[in-house]
Design a protein around this ligand. Structure first.
Ligand code: GDP
Ligand code: MG
Length: 435
């Protein structure tokens, strides 16, 4: 469990399961068209749940009391019991009354799309501002939905999403939340002023960071696995403190980098969540390169790419080098492939699922990632065997030659690594001018 609920907030309720909970997904198609629940499934997985069934209803308008109609409700009820699901997730924002009615009839936890998205944001929020923005959005969502959960929900067996204040505490809690919201708003206004300073964190470690960015369901997590292999989460020194969404990556040119999965873009993001989303995505601006993962099989590919790029520009990541991965290439037919490549000549077609194009993508990442800026000529005595391996890990070794006095090494390193090798310099460093 993260520390995100260890605040003064009286609401310890979280929808994030400690173990993988099973969830039935329910969507409504309003009017024409076959809506897909694929995005909702990816969101559910991102929150730690396992989708075990889907129900789609086609009707002109949601039922005011239960969102879906009576017949569908019975179908969802049966599916919940057949699959042993712990939760039902609806692909829309529901009214407090609809949520309560569904919970009473289905006897399991019921979440709407907004609650699910908020939970994912909470998992990704890193900075102080990000955490504050997400908590603000969560409390604003919860305030009108607050009720005496204690008794009504205990019949459901307790557990995740069922913890809440009893009726008697309710008004006190409401006041407490309103005060907390006021404080968060003040804090955020204050924090926003220091936004520009964050960039200073870039490349601090000397190991370049690559950030994955793209829509939910584009294949970011699948690509992270394909690039780095599931077993590379090792406890090596420079990588020991990485969080689970970050892996290390060995580039074709011998350098190491880290790759991080970031919070996914969401279609039809509720307006109230936009600020929380951006602040959660802000970690991207500290990367050395953005790996933009697009679903090339999506019908609205150009719109999606445009949305990703404009948000990246807004959070201060617009000037970073970008590599565009055109993912799910296996699902794109021949004619369409030509059209997409003419439109995005820099895109690298890949299939994260089947592994196609991954080598080319690795090459492209190495070519595009900025070179360490400082070139050094060193003479490292043999009694300092730790130095050369460290250069391999953290910089780019151009040549090594053993002479009687030690190893002559030419390498490119970052400014942060210069002090560690200064004593071995055989001539003054050449600094590349950075723009
Ligand atoms: N056909 C196909 N499916 C893919 C590919 N990459 C990912 N997927 C599928 O797309 C869905 C979403 O992938 P995921 O990595 O969870 O997306 P994320 O939300 O961006 O992290 C999963 O069902 C994946 O199996 C691909 O290259 N081809
Ligand atoms: Mg993912």
């Amino acid at each position: 469990m993260t520390d995100r609920y260890a605040s003064e907030s009286p609401l310890s309720a979280t929808w994030r399961p400690a173990v993988r909970e099973k969830a039935v997904l329910v969507g409504l198609v309003l009017g024409e068209g076959e809506e897909s629940l694929d995005e909702l499934a990816a969101l559910a997985r991102a929150a730690g749940a396992e989708p075990v069934g889907r129900v789609i209803q086609s009707r002109a308008a949601p039922d005011p009391a239960t969102f879906i109609g009576k017949g569908k409700l019975a179908e969802v009820h049966d599916l919940v019991h057949a699959t042993g699901a712990d939760a039902v997730i609806l692909d829309d924002e529901l009214s407090p009354g609809q949520l309560r009615n569904l919970e009473e009839r289905l006897r399991v936890k019921v979440l709407d799309r907004t609650a699910l998205i908020l939970d994912i944001f909470a998992l990704h929020a890193r900075s102080g501002e990000g955490k504050a923005q997400v908590e603000l959005a969560q409390l604003s969502y919860l305030l009108p939905r607050l009720r005496g959960w204690g008794e009504a929900m205990s019949r459901l067996g307790g557990g995740i999403g069922t913890r809440g204040p009893g009726e008697t505490k309710l008004e006190v809690d409401r006041q407490h939340i309103r005060r907390r919201i006021t404080k968060l708003r003040r804090d955020i206004a204050q924090l926003g002023k220091s936004r520009g300073v964050k960039r200073a964190g870039r490349e601090r470690s000397g190991i370049p960071q690559i950030a994955l960015a793209g829509y939910t369901n584009a294949g970011k997590s699948t690509l992270l696995n394909a690039l780095t292999g599931a077993g590379t989460l090792v406890a090596d020194k420079p990588f020991a403190t990485l969080d689970p969404k970050t892996r290390r990556l060995h580039l074709s040119d011998g350098r190491w980098a880290t790759v991080s999965d970031t919070v996914g873009f969401v279609r039809k993001l509720p307006h109230d969540l936009v600020e929380a989303f951006k602040s959660t995505l802000e970690e991207v601006s500290r990367a050395a390169l953005v790996l933009h993962v697009a679903d090339a099989s999506a019908t609205d590919l150009p719109d999606q790419m445009h949305a990703v790029r404009s948000v990246l520009a807004e959070i201060g990541a617009g000037d970073l080098p970008e590599v565009l991965a055109l993912n799910k290439w296996d699902l794109v037919d021949g004619e369409e492939r030509g059209r997409i490549l003419r439109r995005h000549p820099d895109g690298v077609p890949i299939s994260a699922l089947e592994g196609g194009g991954i080598d080319r993508l690795l090459d492209r990442l190495g070519e595009t990632l900025p070179q360490p800026p400082i070139e050094v000529d060193l003479l490292v005595p043999f009694d300092r065997p730790e130095v050369v391996p460290r250069l391999y890990r953290r910089g780019q070794v151009l040549s090594v030659e053993d002479v009687p006095e030690g190893s002559r090494v030419r390498a490119r390193i970052s400014g942060a690594d210069l002090p560690a090798v200064e004593e071995f310099l055989t001539r003054p460093v050449k600094r590349r001018v950075r723009t």
